[in-house]
Design a protein around this ligand. Structure first.
Ligand code: ZN
Length: 401
């Protein structure tokens, strides 16, 4: 099969190809070049015309089973959580997100979804996952029963890290600071988690927004900083040196601010107004620091696209990577640089750079086709035309097209 389009973005952050085509055979990309030189015999050709072909997107921070934000959450037992996560995973794939990193949910849920996909029962993005997140007693999202476990002290934490990895986790997720920025784990606890995780060849992702927890996580040598709203330039430089990547999750903060502003203004009867006002102030404060985004990114620290969309699913997309990239463009990235955060950068941090993340001969054919020229207009990513996962065309139900 040959896929052709006016624009091809390989995903390396700098290259744009014009009037070329991608050959896909047995799930892999076998050639990229001018369409005319590629045509052979009766090999099918899909020529998308004024469109862009790019790698399938990678969402580095999402929660497939974020059932705890649903209004009817008491109904959610293990079965319903599974269907909920499946629905989100499918919607992510249909929109062009072919790989996700799940950043906490019920133990084993992602593992079993991966198994079901391997058996061919379901069609979902490739999933790298952490199982449950580890938080201190009473720490960040301790109430997300099933998605988070409370552990204290280096020994308990080491044991939990080993348990998570025994149960198939690719990542360990730590909650290192509270919603209001309070430090949670001690340095000793963070060091123990990183040490136990790295000893087993896995990586650590850490939810952390403010100081001093940010510095403590960097000192502990974690692998990815999630949110990191109040990062300093000096810290970004150290992260670059130590190979720690940053997942700024910008769009979800904008979304949350608008969400709580609406509640605060309209006086939603189901919600606590004082809480909504508190959240508005908090998100304004958190968002104000993204004005430093470009300066921080220019240190060379690896930036990753993560959506963290944990709000009511009926009202939002499962994995709005396109919107996260649009936020980066708004803050000074050009579209190619933004796209690299959700393609080649993500693949490298997942350790999958030899199979996904760029359009290159020999790699898996995870491919997204969107309307228009995405190298000029990032909003093109909102208009999905086609999605291929390992060379197979992803079919979506009629109502979602
Ligand atoms: Zn999250």
């Amino acid at each position: 099969m040959i896929l052709a389009a006016r624009t091809i973005i390989p995903g390396d952050g700098k290259t744009v190809l014009k009037d070329q085509a991608v050959r896909v055979q047995d799930g892999r990309i076998t050639a990229i070049g001018p369409l005319d030189s590629m045509r052979t015999g009766d090999e099918p050709v899909r020529d998308y015309g004024e469109a862009t072909i790019l790698p399938g997107l990678i969402d580095m921070h999402l929660h497939l089973a974020a059932w705890w934000s649903e209004r009817d959450k008491p109904l959610y037992d293990d079965y319903l959580r599974g269907y909920f996560a499946l629905d989100r995973a499918q919607r992510a794939l249909w929109s062009g997100v072919t790989t996700v990193r799940d950043m906490n949910g019920p133990q084993n849920l992602c593992r079993q979804m991966v198994r079901a996909a391997q058996k061919g029962w379901i069609s979902i993005p490739r999933i790298s996952f952490c199982n449950q997140a580890i938080t201190v007693t009473g720490g960040h999202t301790y109430y997300a029963v099933g998605g988070t476990v409370e552990r204290d002290g280096p020994d308990e934490i080491r044991k939990e890290v080993r348990r998570q990895i025994r149960d198939g986790a690719d990542w360990i997720k730590l909650m290192a600071s509270h919603e209001d920025g309070l430090q949670e784990f001690t340095q000793e606890e963070l060091n123990a988690a990183v040490d136990a995780c790295h000893a087993l060849g896995k990586k650590v992702a850490v939810h952390v927004a403010a100081q001093p927890a940010l510095q403590m996580c960097i000192d502990a040598g974690v692998d990815t900083i999630e949110h990191g709203n109040f990062l300093t330039r000096q810290q970004a430089l150290i992260m670059k040196e130590k190979g720690i990547a940053w997942v700024p999750t910008i769009y979800v903060y904008k979304f949350a601010l608008a969400w709580f502003q609406q509640i605060a203004e309209k006086g939603d009867m189901d919600s606590d107004l004082a809480f909504a006002h508190h959240q508005v102030r908090r998100y304004q404060h958190y968002l104000s620091f993204y004005k430093n985004f470009l300066e921080l990114a220019d240190t060379g620290v690896t930036i990753l696209a993560g959506t963290d969309m944990v709000y009511e699913t009926s009202k939002v997309e499962a994995s709005p990577v396109a919107k996260e990239l649009a936020c980066m463009v708004e803050l000074g990235f050009d579209p190619l640089r933004a796209i690299a955060t959700a393609t080649s950068n993500g693949a490298k941090v997942l350790g999958m750079q030899d199979s996904i993340g760029v359009l290159k001969e020999g790699l898996l054919a995870d491919i997204l086709v969107v309307k228009g020229d995405a190298s000029k207009e990032i909003a093109c990513l909102e208009h999905t035309i086609d999605v291929f996962q390992e060379g197979r065309r992803v079919h979506r139900p009629q109502q979602s097209t």
